[in-house]
Design a protein around this ligand. Sequence first.
Ligand SMILES: *[C@@H]1O[C@H](CO)[C@@H](O)[C@H](O)[C@H]1NC(C)=O
Ligand SMILES: *[C@@H]1O[C@H](CO)[C@@H](O)[C@H](O)[C@H]1NC(C)=O
Length: 411
Amino acid sequence: MAAVTRLLLFAVLVWGARGGDDDGMKEEKLPPAYDPASYPSPAHNHLLHFQEDVNEWKFETTQNLQRPFMQQLYETSKQLYEDPYDAKSYVDLREQLNSHCNRVYNQTCEWQFSPPYNPRNHVEREEGTSTNAAIVYLCCADAQEFQDFLWSLKFLDLNFNNEFKYPVLIFHENFGTAQFNMIRQMSQSNISFHKVNLQVPRFLDLQQVPRWYKGFSLGFRNMIRFHAIELYEHPAMQHFDYYWRLDSDSFILGRLWVDPFEFMRINDYKYGFIATMTEKEDFIQDLWELHEAHRRSEGIVSEWFKGKWNGFGFYTNCEIARRDFWQLPQVASYLKRIDREGGIYKSRWSEATIHFLATTLFLASQELLQIVFLPYWHQNLVILPQPWSETDQTNPDGTAKARQDRQEPRS
Ligand SMILES: *[C@@H]1O[C@H](CO)[C@@H](O)[C@H](O)[C@H]1NC(C)=O
Ligand SMILES: *[C@@H]1O[C@H](CO)[C@@H](O)[C@H](O)[C@H]1NC(C)=O
């Protein structure tokens, strides 16, 4: 039988087995157009992020360009998912992101490449082998972010969670029925909602806490504290060994060839990050001094981090880690000291730097993983999957292929 006939027959059989026109055949629900009126009033919203002037770029990225661009990007990602050998959708994905980046971020985007999704390496998930883990979001400051967030869920489902089916925990401050319904319509994932009330902690003197710090609101700093310190103690988190934090504007661009939770568990990694960054002076004031004072008083010697620190940190908008790492007594006491000092509020110390500095004291470098196999887009960081091809040393657009052998499980 010719291959084409066989394929056709197979298609007919599958169609028949599906009953011809079940749910899978219905048109998929995509996020609606931006509608500020549909989102709860910012008056009740402690997450409100930026002062007007700092807000400009955000307006550009999300409100004006968002829907047609995101829809196109999603369709392209879906084509690549369905046919990983299809060079055209890969090139399209790359070009779409590139033109978006030029337009919105004035060509300041940082490009990286993740290994290609190779269908032959794909191991079907076996029942019962999954890691006890959850994907977590904190959402949202406003209608624009909510818009991003719906797309983030679409990309997550498409490229990862429709297959892997990890629970998704959404921490929020102000969702109403409209938001619950919208999210449930958009996503196939097992979602639970957890209302949080983020506030400046009582042990800080409010007189000492500036209302704004270098353009960042109290709400923004509340959010930092939540991610840096509070999340791991939340009752809803206690069932899980691992968590994967994503932001409302985190997008999984391509299909994953490995389950990062399983990868981390099997290889005993404690903390996984996707990229690194360096925080500005304004946002690290006195942090290193406090860190060193704590280190000395506890007699800790870092196994791998020596010398003076310059503000280096993890890009925490995509972070996968053991939840209980943050609850080890020595780590919890470090976080508590940072928290009590109030630098998160006084100088906008971020979870990016706090989490990095904590790992230098309490983890061995072999327990850290840079998750290079994750195709990811967040603002001006783009990590593209490469197309799969058996032999070529170049991508279909002529660029050199990144090395594929960078990360193998340790045995
Ligand atoms: C874009 O980048 C160029 C070159 O770096 C710079 O001269 C220009 O001022 C930037 N434009 C904006 C709007 O930031
Ligand atoms: C959904 O996730 C929760 C944990 O958040 C879990 O307890 C529950 O069993 C899951 N439900 C399904 C249908 O998988």
